[in-house]
Ligand binder design. Sequence first.
Ligand SMILES: [Zn+2]
Length: 125
Amino acid sequence: MKKNHQECFCALCRSPRVIKVSRELSVMNYLQIFLISALTVYLLFPYLQLKSLLVIPFIWGSFEAVKKLLYRRDLKCELCGFDPTWYKKDVKLARRKVEEHLSLNPEGQLLLKRRQQAQQFLSKN
Ligand SMILES: [Zn+2]
């Protein structure tokens, strides 16, 4: 059976992560795009005629954008705030975002410290 989520580890703090939203549009999304497009074209056709077909790429683009946004929101580590997409684009900015996230979330900082202490303890013994 195909899993509807992806399991991985955070590249920075090594905490286990689950990514639920896929980057690609699902069959269901294509069906939604088709239905919304068909309805919009049907409603706009008496006023715009063939120009009403131009809403299709617009609707499709909106779906892609929302999907990408949800995927990126899912990708960011909840514990340390590390975002691989920012890291790929701008390492300094990604670092600043992690620092910001940690300063706003003292619990995450505490957990990270405990994990580091545990790792140090395990490597010594
Ligand atoms: Zn992390």
